[in-house]
Design a binder for this molecule. Structure first.
Ligand code: ME8
Length: 517
């Protein structure tokens, strides 16, 4: 037997200074969708998410709540695990940077960097933003209303002057530029690649990678007065989960380099510049791709705690339904672009794409079979060109979707699937099987067969986006659970006439506002 191809995908690990919101749910959902797709497509997948628990920001947040940092991290990290359950995420591992395995990996990577001459001790003086956990140059700063200095993100900065270890980032300029050049899809979308490329072209300064003024972090090996800069610590999580520092272990051999680090556009510099430089300097292959997606706003406004408009994923799942939220988030916005969350847009997607388009197609065709064909998949007559056409469309979907998913064009994958749903609705309406009941029952059977076959394949295809609804839909046509894989798409899994159906029940209810019910 040939070994399965491996696929390793990661989310950013989220800071525990805040509870999960829609932005976190979005990134992890995109990874979940990619991971489910790849598993169904025959890959051995490792899908990683987790929490980033060290650093000054977390230390301060814990202190503000009067809690011990670890106790505070335990609580918030648990919320992220609960989110994974509620959102039906299929992550294979959940890493916390306070785990021992991670400390070992960070210290091993540090030693590699130090031994290879990429880390040296000096003194740092400059601006630091605790909120961003990032250093800024004077010329990057702006002035706030009260004349105070602000980071480009709007976060306050403080002057830091302390002994610090430095990473020789400046030595990696050429290698990074070569990496972007040789492998043009290592950072996507292209606009993000251009952004990191021009940052590197602008000249890189060595990076301060340790702090002495707080203690919540991984100690620098051999000098525990110093705590590692939280971004070295955080980025290393991707290696830890793959088994590092045991680079000979099966897991590492199989899964490294990671196929995709999925991130928001806010942290593309850390992933597209610092991280590959650290890895190259340690003699480790950089990731195959960093994909930076866009930013969600709420009804047109930036989402922020101070505006009080943070969208709680637990609440929207409760209000709209899990698969509805999963579908909306993946369908609404071209993946990579910014998107706006609005109740109207959500309700439109639920009522139009799910209830009207797919829901009605399934419900109308299956109910007709149930009522008029003894509750069994009907026999078929000769196929007309219209029958052949819609079958060919659905049979050809996987190869189209595969190509799109390989570029993380998740919303386009849904568009092409929904194009077939909509064409099948046109087919169904045009063939008007209800009018054939008495005049040509065999033709009616053929039309219903074809429509149910399209529903079967769509049911399989949507499972990476809406696993529960897919299962409900396939249950209704009595497709055995081991017959729901991609290998059953097209002719291999064609519906068998005579298969008994359960009484169909709508899988995608319309959304009706509580006060209109
Ligand atoms: O940056 N729209 O953690 P973080 C879309 N710990 N995505 C959003 C979003 C929004 N409005 N808000 C947040 C960190 N995100 C570091 C990462 S990785 C080694 C360390 C998502 O909790 C998006 O993926 O601030 C963004 O990159 C991430 O949350 C930032 O999460």
């Amino acid at each position: 037997m040939t070994a399965k191809k491996a696929f390793y995908i990661t989310t950013p690990i989220y800071y525990v200074n805040d509870i999960p919101h829609i932005g976190h749910a979005y990134t992890t959902l995109a990874c979940d969708v990619m991971a489910r797709f790849k598993r169904m497509d025959g890959f051995d997948v490792m899908f990683l998410t987790g929490t980033d628990e060290h650093g000054q920001k977390v230390e301060k947040s814990a202190a503000a709540k009067g809690k011990d940092p670890l106790e505070f991290c335990d609580e918030v990290s648990m919320r992220f695990r609960e989110l994974a359950k509620v959102m039906n995420f299929s992550n294979d591992d959940f890493i916390r940077t306070t785990e021992e395995r991670h400390k070992i990996a960070c210290q091993a990577l540090w030693r590699k960097l130090e031994d290879s001459g990429n880390i040296y001790l000096d003194k740092y003086s400059g601006w630091y933003s605790v909120r961003d956990e990032a250093y800024y140059a004077e010329n990057e700063l702006t002035q706030g209303k009260g004349g105070e200095k602000l980071a480009p993100t709007g976060a306050p900065v403080e002057w830091v002057e302390e002994e610090s270890y430095f990473f020789k980032l400046s030595a990696w300029e050429d290698k990074l530029l070569e990496w972007y050049e040789k492998l043009p899809e290592t950072v996507l979308p292209k606009s993000r690649k251009n952004e990191v490329k021009s940052f590197v072209e602008g000249g890189l300064r060595d990076l301060s990678v340790s702090r002495t003024s707080f203690s919540w972090g991984v100690p620098v090996p051999g000098n525990d007065k110093h705590i590692m800069y939280v971004w070295i610590d955080a980025l290393t999580n991707y290696l830890t989960a793959a088994g590092y520092p045991d680079v000979d272990c099966e897991k590492f051999q199989k899964f490294w380099p990671a196929d995709i680090h999925m991130v928001g556009k806010d942290i593309v510099r850390f992933h597209g510049v610092y991280w590959p430089a650290f890895l190259m300097a340690a003699g480790i292959e950089p990731p195959k791709r960093v994909f930076a997606h866009g930013w969600w706003t709420n009804e047109g406004q930036k989402i922020s705690k101070s505006l009080g408009n943070v969208i709680d994923p637990f609440e929207i799942v409760e209000e709209f339904g899990l698969d509805q939220v999963r579908y909306f988030l993946m369908r609404e916005v071209p993946f990579g672009n910014d998107g706006d969350f609005s109740h109207t847009a959500m309700i439109n997607r639920i009522n139009s794409d799910l209830a009207n388009d797919l829901g009605n197609l399934a419900q109308r065709s299956l109910s007709m079979i149930f009522k008029n064909c003894n509750g069994q998949i009907p026999e078929t007559g000769v196929f007309t060109p219209e029958d052949e056409k819609i079958l060919a469309q659905v049979d050809g979907l996987l190869s189209q979707v595969r190509e799109l998913m390989d570029r993380q064009s998740i919303n386009k994958s849904l568009e092409v699937i929904w194009k077939v749903v909509s064409d099948c609705n046109v087919y169904f309406a045009g063939q008007a099987p209800w009018a054939l009941k008495t005049t040509d029952p065999q033709r009616m059977g053929t039309v219903l067969y074809i429509t149910a076959e399209v529903v079967r394949q769509i049911g399989i295809l949507i499972s990476f986006i809406m696993p529960e609804s897919s299962a409900k839909l396939l249950d209704q046509i009595n497709i055995a659970t081991d017959q729901r894989g991609f290998s059953q798409l097209g002719t291999p899994g064609r519906l068998v006439s005579g298969t008994v159906l359960d009484k169909p029940e709508g899988v995608f209810p319309r959304y009706i506002k509580a006060d209109d019910k």
